[in-house]
Design a protein around this ligand. Sequence first.
Ligand code: SF4
Length: 381
Amino acid sequence: MGSLGIYVHVPFCVKKCNYCDFLSFPLKTDTDCRKTESYVKALQQEIRNPFKLPESPTEVDTIYFGGGTPSLLSERQLGSILETISRKFLVNPKAEITMECNPGTVTAQSLRAYRSLGINRLSIGIQSAVEKELALLGRIHTFSQAKQAVLWAREAGFTNLSVDLMSAIPGQTIASYEHSLQEILALEPQHISSYSLIIEEGTPFYEKYKDSPPVEEETDRKMYEMTQQMLADRGYARYEISNYALPGYESRHNTKYWTGEDYLGVGLGASSKIGKFRLKNETDMTVYLEKLGERETVAFVEEQLSEEDEKIEFFILGMRCMSGVSLKEYKERFGEDASLRYGKTIEKICGMGLAAREENRLFLTAKGIDVSNLVFEMFFV
Ligand code: SF4
C-alpha cells in the first residue's frame, strides 16, 4: 500500500456562484462566520479519529484543501488543521500541500502566511479573463484581482501554481476564450485545469439554460481544440483529460484518484478510498457538528469494492491519464492477464481507433479522449 493523501473539505463561500452544485454554503452573517470556528474544531476531532485507516503505512504525502473556499479560513484555523494532521500522521517533509484559493479572498499577507504554514501549491479559481463572463458566472473576483493574487503568490514564494479555466460560459465567443487563454498563459502558471461549464440541476443556470445550452456544441469543440493547441505550443503536456502541466508539475494529489491509491477525505460530505472501501461523510452540517461533538463517526461505507470493481476501476480511472494503464501492473495486481477478462473490449476499442497499445500500456487516442465516457462504458460489458 502506498502513502496516503488527505483531502480537507471547507464548505464555505462568500456567495454561491450561479453554476455551482458543490457542497458549499455562503457565509452571510456574523453568526455564519462563527460557524467556521465550530467547523474547524469538528474537523480536528474527525482527523484525530478517522473512521477507517489503512493498516499501514500512514505516511501522508499529499494534503489538499478544497471547497468551497478554503481561503476563507483564517491562517490560525488552517494552521490548527495542519498541526492536527501532523500530530496524527507522519507527514512527509516533501508532501505536496495544495490549497484552493478564490482570488477575491486573498491578500499579500494571507498568501505569505499560507506559505509559511507549509502550503506549497495553490489552485486558483480564475475561470476567465473577461470581466463580463466572471460577473455572469456569479464569481466574486475580477480578472485584475486574479492577476494581483498570482503576483502576490509569487512574491510569497509559491513556485507551483495551478489555474482553473472554464469554457462554454454563456456569451463566451471563440475570440473571448482565446483572450482568456492568452491572459492565463501570460501568468505562467505551472498547471492549468481546463473544464467546460456543465449546467447542473438545482443551480440558477439550470433554470436558464436547461433547454438550450449557452454555447453551441461546435463552438465548445473549437474552444477545446484551441486549448490543446495553445497549451501544447507553450510546453504544457496534457496528462489527464482536463489537466495540463509543465514537466514535473502534475498534481500528485489528484493523480491518486486516477491511479487507485488511498485517500482520506475529512470534512462535510468528503469521500475517502481506503483499501477496498469507499466511504462518504455526513452531508448535513448540523448532523456533522453534532456527531463529532459526541465523538461519533461521520463516515459511512458507501461501497465495498469487489475484485471485479477494482479491475474495472483500474481501467476507467487509469485511462483518464494520458499515459494510460500498464497491463503488466494489472497482471501483477490481479494475478491474471488482462486479456482474460477484457481481451474483447481491448481489441474492440483499439480496432475502433479509440485506444492504442504500446509496450504493455493501453491508453486513449485523441479520438478516444473525445468519447472517453463511451469507451469507459465498454469495460462494464
Ligand atoms: S467559489 Fe467555487 S465552491 Fe464556491 S460557490 Fe463558487 S464555484 Fe462553488
